[in-house]
Ligand binder design. Structure first.
Ligand code: NAD
Length: 291
């Protein structure tokens, strides 16, 4: 392997330590940040995520409120809970774990969250604010990926970036953040033609596809920085969207899976909760936690 390993696990641990420090300082002023996580149904992956979110929230010194609702909960009941959390001053962040059961309108549920408490950054107002360069809540996985890129590269200005994937959760907000840092951004997706050639021009390559080892080693520009967002469960365990063994012979730097972007996501959720708490109390944004 010739590429530098971008150690998201270590970076996330450092980030959580800084967040814990900020939280302790807030508590001395009588403010305890609180994050409410709502899980509807029994999806096993969601249960794992919700458990680790709660654990890490408490470890950072924040209050964690967990709400579990059965799969057949009427949407109106979920909306009523969100309204109650919107009004609760001890709750600074609200996260509704996705995916929701099929009978619910995901967009309506997300848009019921008060934008200031929308720590996932999926509310239509936060999406619009990010797109227009205003202060917003920024989706956690792209925010974590941006932090790793900046830490490794410093300035992203003028760099050619290719994002593979156009989801609202990863691809689109990732592209917005790269654009905001003055990279020249291309978004690729399932209908993109000549994807390998497109990737070969990228100084920064972000893969958010959801297909194991989709990006091959010979798609990588020598020296490029590769961020692998993919989390794919296979018989060989968790693997990313990038063929790591081949790509790491060509790239300048690359995130591993696991241990790359994954741990950054929850750390950034805590960062967003802290930022939301600061804003709710008229305090400046804690340094280094927002783009
Ligand atoms: P998604 O399924 O919503 O989007 C996948 C995107 O890939 C789509 O926009 C699609 O156009 C594109 N795509 C599919 N096939 C393609 C092809 N052949 N060529 C080019 N593009 C193609 O997925 P998502 O929610 O954006 O997640 C993507 C991956 O990131 C998944 O593996 C997911 O598990 C992972 N993920 C990780 C984290 C984390 O914390 N690290 C968070 C969210 C998602």
């Amino acid at each position: 392997m010739t590429a530098t390993l971008i150690d998201g696990k270590a970076f996330a641990a450092g980030l959580r330590e800084r967040i814990a420090g900020h939280t302790a300082a807030m508590k001395e002023r009588g403010i305890t940040p609180g994050l409410a996580v709502v899980l509807v149904g029994e999806d096993p992956a969601s249960q794992v995520y919700v458990r680790s979110k709660g654990k890490q929230t408490r470890e950072t010194g924040m209050n964690s409120f967990e709400h579990r609702l059965p799969t057949d909960t009427p949407e109106a009941e979920l909306l009523a809970l969100i309204e109650q959390l919107n009004e609760d001053p001890s709750v600074n962040g609200i996260l509704v774990q996705l995916p929701l059961p099929g009978h619910m309108d995901e967009a309506a549920v997300i848009n019921a969250i008060r934008p200031e408490k929308d720590v996932d950054g999926f509310h239509i107002l936060n999406v619009g604010r990010l797109a227009t360069g205003q202060k917003s809540m920024v989706p956690c996985t792209p925010l974590g990926s941006l932090m790793l890129l900046r830490d490794h590269l410093g300035s992203l200005s003028g760099k050619s970036a290719v994002v593979i994937g156009r989801s609202n959760i990863v691809g689109k907000p990732m592209a917005q953040l790269l654009l905001r840092d003055s990279a020249t951004v291309t978004i690729a997706h399932s209908r993109t033609q000549n994807l390998p050639d497109l990737c070969r021009g990228a100084d920064i390559l972000v893969a958010a596809v959801g297909r194991p080892h989709f990006v091959k080693g010979d798609w990588i520009k020598p020296g490029a920085t590769v961020i692998d967002v993919g989390i794919n469960r296979t018989d060989d365990g968790l693997v990313g969207d990038v063929d790591f063994a081949a790509a790491s012979q060509v790239a300048g730097a690359i995130t591993p899976v696991p241990g790359g972007v994954g741990p950054m996501t929850i750390a950034c959720l805590l960062a967003n909760t802290l930022t939301a708490t600061a804003r709710a109390n008229g305090l400046p944004d804690p340094e280094g936690l927002t783009p």
